[in-house]
Design a protein around this ligand. Structure first.
Ligand SMILES: Cc1cc2nc3c(=O)[nH]c(=O)nc-3n(C[C@H](O)[C@H](O)[C@H](O)COP(=O)(O)O)c2cc1C
Length: 142
C-alpha cells in the first residue's frame, strides 16, 4: 500500500521521497535515567529509528535528535518534566542511516525500582495536520 507513486514499503514502514518514514506502530517507547541516558527502548522504537539496542541503550537520548528541531522544544521538555512531571509535544527525529520521522511524544517523570528518578517517553503517530502545525511553529522558534 503506497500513499504516493514512488513510495517504497518494507517492514511495515513507508519511505517517502523526501526521507520521511511513516510507520503503523501504535506506540514507540523509551526510558531514560535522570540525565537523559537511554535505559530502555521498545522494539517498535528501534525499528522506526533504524537502530539496534546498542545504538541507543546507554547513549544520551539526543542521538536521535534531528537538526531541524528547535532548542526551545527541548528546553521546554526538560523544564516541564522536572517542574510539572510531564511534557507533551511534537518531535522530528533523525533516523540512523538517513531519513526522519515525526512523533507526538508524552514524556513523564517516574521513579525506578531503586527509588531514582527516571523519564518515560510514549510516542504516537501524529496526523499530517498536526505535523504541518508543528513545522510552522518550530520555524518560528530558536
Ligand atoms: C524520556 C525522554 C525521551 C526523549 N526523547 C527524545 C527524542 O525522541 N528525540 C530527541 O531529539 N530528544 C529526546 N529527548 C530529549 C533529549 O534528552 C535531548 O534533550 C534533546 O535531544 C536535545 O539535545 P541536547 O539536550 O543535547 O541539546 C528525550 C528526553 C527524555 C527525558
Amino acid at each position: 500500500m503506497s500513499t504516493q507513486n514512488n513510495d517504497i514499503d518494507t517492514d511495515g514502514l513507508t519511505y517517502l521521497e523526501d526521507g520521511e518514514v511513516l510507520y503503523s506502530e501504535l506506540y514507540l517507547l523509551s526510558e531514560t535515567d535522570e540525565k537523559g541516558i537511554v535505559t530502555y527502548a521498545s522494539d517498535s522504537f528501534l525499528k522506526v529509528a533504524n537502530m539496534k539496542p546498542d545504538d541507543l541503550i546507554g547513549q544520551p537520548h539526543n542521538v536521535v535528535r534531528h537538526p531541524d528541531m528547535p532548542r526551545a522544544a527541548f528546553k521546554s521538555l526538560w523544564g516541564d518534566v522536572q517542574s510539572k512531571g510531564f511534557w507533551t509535544g511534537y518531535v522530528k527525529n533523525q533516523r540512523k542511516g538517513g531519513g526522519y520521522y515525526w512523533v507526538h511524544a508524552t514524556v513523564l517523570r517516574s521513579i525506578d525500582k531503586s527509588g531514582n528518578t527516571k523519564y518515560v517517553s510514549i510516542r504516537v503517530k501524529p496526523s499530517r495536520e498536526d505535523i504541518q502545525k508543528a513545522i510552522e511553529l518550530y520555524a518560528t522558534l530558536d
